[in-house]
Design a protein around this ligand. Structure first.
Ligand code: NAD
Length: 329
């Protein structure tokens, strides 16, 4: 049994990890300012909730002094790519600033193990697909650059202070806990699957497809959707590896299977049995045509493999959540 501090644990991905940790008997404290998270997402999880902001070092020190942790997982971030372009200072302050405050507090209080939510956005427009971790990161927006900055900071802290970390580069998270109790609830929503399901629920008129002339089989953008419970499994494996004395690592986390926008819409039509109108729209600048992960590094290093490989199943779990919680938490 280990003791975890989960920063940003009331958010979409964090709350699924919190649930998985508690279920296997670990002790979990969640620190979250609820800026985009929901208390309801962890209310019945068995984790202890501490309201607070990761950018406030004094609060972090108080927390580390009154409770011991074996590992910290850091999910808290601002993560809207478009907003990061118009508000870069906010993004660097929350993402880079928050990570610095957290790492300082860990260092002052002797906590060495860290699992970090990185992103496929660090790659920018990849030169090769499937994308391997060895692909040179070239983020194309402030969000991706703030995450890449933290990865580099982690490397520096590992050398200087003996920090050990796992940086997990998620591709597109999707799906929900199969129980239907927790799921994705972002406002504004920018992710394709929840948007498509909101159309199925009659909450939106249609889905705009940005670009139908990309160099992909059906002309629409291709992305790699990985189930949020598979992400949770990977966090537990990564934390266990650090606890066993493993080296610092960077892992991609994707399903290794690309789905186009049209394929997502078609699957959602099949799963929901509802009409989902679409409208073709011009390309958005900065969108790469295809982002598909190679996850072979984490498969061979940790034995991770996705339980929800079938994208239909991923959409089914998301649909259960959205149908039962049409207005979120
Ligand atoms: N959702 C995806 O597809 C995806 C893909 C790649 C990477 N990521 C990264 O994974 C992480 C989690 O993503 P998510 O979709 O669960 O996001 P989310 O917004 O649902 O969760 C983030 C959580 O962090 C909290 N938070 C934000 N700033 C904070 C602060 N200063 N202090 C304390 N708490 C704070 C929010 O209230 C929220 O509960 C983020 O770092 C995101 O950049 C997500």
């Amino acid at each position: 049994m280990s003791r975890y501090l989960i920063v940003g644990g009331a958010g979409y991905i964090g709350s699924h990890v919190v649930r998985a940790l508690v279920e296997r008997g670990d002790t979990v404290v969640v620190l979250d300012n609820l800026s985009t998270g929901h208390l309801e997402a962890i209310a019945t999880s068995g984790a202890r909730f501490i309201p607070g902001d990761v950018c406030e070092g004094n609060g972090l020190d108080r927390l580390f002094r009154c409770q011991e942790f074996d590992c910290v997982m850091h999910f808290a971030a601002s993560s809207l790519v478009g907003e990061s372009v118009t508000k870069p200072l906010d993004y660097y302050a929350n993402n880079a600033g928050g990570a610095i405050r957290l790492l300082e507090a860990m260092q002052r209080n002797g906590v060495d193990n860290f699992v970090f939510s990185s992103t496929a956005a660090v790659y920018g427009e990849p030169s090769r697909v499937p994308i391997e971790e060895s692909c040179t990161p070239q983020p194309t927006n402030p969000y991706g650059r703030s995450k890449r900055f933290i990865e580099q900071l982690l490397g520096d802290c590992a050398k200087a202070y003996g920090l050990r970390y796992a940086a997990l580069r998620y591709f597109n998270a999707g799906g929900a806990c199969p129980s239907g109790e927790i799921g994705e609830d972002h406002s504004p929503e920018t992710h394709l699957i929840p948007l498509v399901l909101q159309v199925a629920l009659g909450q939106r008129e249609r889905i705009d497809i940005y670009g139908t002339d990309w160099p992909t089989p059906d002309g629409t953008c291709v992305r790699d959707y990985v189930h949020v419970c598979d992400l949770a499994d990977a966090h537990l494996l990564a934390a266990d590896r650090l606890a066993a004395g493993g080296e610092s690592v960077v892992f991609n986390l994707g399903n290794e299977r690309g789905l186009s926008v049209r394929e997502v819409v078609d699957l959602a039509r099949r799963v929901t049995g509802r009409e989902i109108p679409v409208r073709d729209a011009p390309r958005r600048s900065g969108d790469p045509a295809r982002l598909v992960a190679s996850s072979s590094r984490i498969r061979s290093a940790l034995g991770w493999s996705p339980r929800f490989e079938d994208p239909g199943e991923l959409i089914e779990t998301a649909w259960r959540w959205h149908r039962e919680h049409p207005h979120g938490y």
